[in-house]
Design a protein around this ligand. Structure first.
Ligand code: FBP
Ligand code: MG
Ligand code: MG
Length: 349
């Protein structure tokens, strides 16, 4: 079904379901309303006050907070006040906020993803995960947020780019809604998204090559060797340094994204956060027919240990994601190729 409004889509897939599904639909609509306010702030660029300067603080993970990071966080939190949401956890807040104690769902959010790109007029976004509340003796907000990603009820991201769009999964397929200026709401822009199994394009911040482990270097070396290497075909490369923008491209035309662990200080588990970045992206990608791992194991099966933990992230076309895992676990694969490529990667010649 293409051309449906977000509201009609949510009614069609949630109305016949239980109260929790209806709550999820309400939350998505509240987030969408806040995202439209953020779209206006982002579109103002340097003309808007929100663009100027740092907030002067650091978030829970030590990253510098930009003014807009904090404004977006405030907007999403207030959009959920009065909504059926028990807890709100954000990249910008050290601890979750308790909202409605009776509610059945919780929201984990990266209010502004790709914020290092704010000044450069590159697409940025908001990533969110909707989880069922864990109840029972001793349960608290952390019991809810530390569930593995396979319990997510819904996940999505807004992208503020040339088009403002919402990528959404409520468990059956992944859909893209584009904001329609004519209709003043989000409208389904494509048929259900399907990531092709094979990829011809990879995305990685290659400036970190010297810090990666051997398996990742070998994978990239092989892509770069193209038709003259063991892959026997050429690859293209993209790195937008904005997770939402790199994900959107992969949903639309396939490819693989890698943000692996590396030896830089603070990057032993990569850069991206498990609970509010990797988990929602993994659900979106899997429900679009792709795969998402920490280079070896499925992201959605990882038991988080803390709210702001980082995780190596590899996702996209299934065959490529599986191939990255094989470089890690199959010594024969590396051994076979070592005399030819192992010692002289293109960056290491
Ligand atoms: O600058 P690097 O190391 O290439 O990292 C880029 C990555 O960092 C991020 O900007 C992290 O997200 P935040 O902007 O929310 O901190 C991702 O969007 C992007 O994929
Ligand atoms: Mg982010
Ligand atoms: Mg962020």
């Amino acid at each position: 079904m293409s051309g449906a409004t977000l509201e009609a889509y949510l009614v069609s897939c949630m109305a016949a379901h239980d109260d929790t599904a209806r709550d999820v639909a309400t939350v998505i609509q509240r987030l969408a309303a806040a995202a439209l306010d953020i779209r206006k702030l982002v579109a103002q660029g340097a003309l808007g006050e929100a663009f100027h300067g740092l907030r002067g603080g650091a978030n829970a993970d030590g990253d510098l907070q930009k003014e807009l990071d904090v404004i977006c966080d405030d907007l999403f939190l207030s959009s959920l006040s009065g909504a059926p949401v028990a807890y709100y956890a954000s990249e910008e807040l050290e601890h979750p906020v308790a909202l409605d104690p009776e509610a059945r769902v919780a929201v984990a959010i990266d209010p502004l993803d790709g914020s290092s790109n704010i000044d450069t007029n590159v697409s940025i976004g908001t990533v969110f995960s909707i989880l069922p509340v864990v109840n029972g003796p001793g349960a608290n907000a952390m019991s809810t947020f530390l569930q593995p990603g396979n319990t997510q009820l819904a996940a999505g991201f807004f992208i503020y780019g040339p088009q403002t769009a919402l990528v959404l999964t409520v468990g059956r397929g992944t859909e893209i809604f584009i904001f329609s200026n004519r209709m003043g709401c989000f409208v389904q822009g494509y048929k259900t998204v399907g990531i092709p199994e094979r990829a011809h394009e990879f995305a990685i911040n290659a400036s970190n090559y010297r810090h990666w482990e051997e398996a990742i270097r070998l994978y990239v070396d092989d892509c770069l060797a193209g038709s003259e290497g063991p892959r026997e075909r050429d690859f293209n490369m993209r790195w937008i340094a904005s997770l939402v923008a790199d994900t959107y491209r992969i949903l639309v035309r396939g490819g693989i994204f890698l943000y692996p662990a590396d030896t830089r200080k603070g990057y032993a588990q990569g850069r991206l956060r498990l609970v509010y970045e990797a988990n929602p992206i993994a659900l979106i990608v899997e429900n679009a027919g792709g795969a998402a791992t920490n280079a070896v194991s499925r992201i959605l099966d990882i038991e988080p240990e803390n709210l702001h933990q980082r995780v190596p992230l590899v996702f996209g076309s299934r065959r490529e994601v599986a191939r990255v895992a094989r470089y890690h676990v199959d010594p024969a694969m590396i051994g076979e190729r070592a005399p030819l490529f192992g010692k002289r990667g293109l960056f290491r010649a």
